[in-house]
Design a protein around this ligand. Structure first.
Ligand code: PEP
Ligand code: MG
Length: 319
């Protein structure tokens, strides 16, 4: 019954054959941590730091940031917490980082490009993250396992720039988001520098299909089931396997239970989503082995469009 179900312990994410697939939360505020834990998040797969500062005219201070990051990290002792440095621009403009007059902000000075152009802000953010990590090491609960990643990385050179800089600040695990097709295509080179990759399927779909993620008139093209997007994700999964490095997914695609199975079949090793989506994804993963997931992924990859990929995956899953 309902009451019994809600008091039953929530198990960690896993496939039917026992393969662990950590299920993590996407968060924008440290205040969301308690709900995420209650819904069974095993950590945080994407903390969107720009959400803290969307209404700020000035760059946040190191102190402000340290406080927010300490609050976040203290909610997940011993757990993985992936923090993304500021992803400013396009759908998430920050007054202190972006030029409001770009004609094509989604293709402009955004994400890691904007941070590089205002490197002091990036250095301050890394300082605050390292200080928050150090502060939680003094608590009885102990620290979280802090991973830090850069958004909108398009080149191997940007990857090396960011991961070298982050390590200079004492960040032990430094990675990048793969949300631009160039990064997916060169994932094998990117993972030679980065400790991990996290695929942002919202932007990866937008840039693969050349369809603005905010524009309703092209919304039918903004579909992560599209085999063109799935092929790019497979590139990243294969690169992760070759390098023995984790490949997470943190776009909305991870919250679609059958697509989550496909993503695991393509090589994703963890999934991060809005905490309310965790239960359905957890239940669906438990119904399929890794071998099943690979077969289901192959069925989706063989399709010619998003709708038939979805149909083919569901058919393969019930076979
Ligand atoms: C993504 O692009 O899929 C992603 C997770 O980042 P955001 O949605 O914040 O752009
Ligand atoms: Mg993105």
């Amino acid at each position: 019954d309902r009451a019994a179900a809600s008091s039953a312990p929530i198990t960690d994410g896993a496939l039917a054959d026992g393969t662990p697939i950590p299920l993590l939360a996407n968060l924008g505020k440290p205040e969301g941590a308690a709900d995420a834990v209650a819904l069974g998040a095993e950590g945080v797969g994407l903390f969107r730091t720009e959400f803290l500062f969307l209404s700020s005219a000035q760059a946040p201070t190191v102190e402000q940031q340290r406080e927010a990051y300490t609050q976040l990290l203290s909610a997940f002792p011993g757990k993985k917490v992936v923090v993304r440095v500021l992803d400013a621009g396009a759908d998430k403009p920050l007054a202190f980082l972006n030029d409001a007059h770009e004609e094509n902000p989604a293709l402009g000075l955004r994400g890691i490009r904007a941070l590089r152009a205002s490197e002091d802000i990036l250095r301050e953010q890394l300082t605050a993250l390292a200080e928050a990590d150090a502060a939680t090491r003094q608590t009885p609960e102990g620290p979280a396992d802090l991973w830090v990643m850069a958004p909108m990385v398009a080149t191997v050179e940007e990857t090396a720039y960011f991961t070298d800089l982050a390590r200079d600040y004492g960040i032990k695990t430094a990675g990048v988001m793969v949300e631009v097709p160039s990064s997916a295509l060169l994932a094998d080179r990117i993972l030679a520098h980065a400790d991990f990759a996290s695929i942002g399927t919202n932007d990866l779909t937008q840039y693969t299909m050349a369809a603005d993620r905010l524009l309703g008139s092209v919304a039918s093209l903004q579909d992560p089931w599209h085999p063109a997007v799935l092929r790019l994700i497979r590139e990243v999964g294969d690169a992760g396997r070759v390098h023995g490095k984790p490949v997470g997914i943190c776009g909305e695609a991870a919250a679609d239970p059958m697509l989550a199975v496909v993503l695991v079949g393509l090589g994703a090793t963890s999934l991060s989503m809005a905490p309310t989506a965790l239960a359905d994804v957890r239940a669906t993963l438990l119904q399929h082995s890794l071998d099943d997931a690979r077969v289901i992924a192959e069925a989706a990859l063989a399709a010619t469009d998003a709708a038939s990929a979805r149909t083919a995956a569901h058919a393969a899953a019930t076979r």
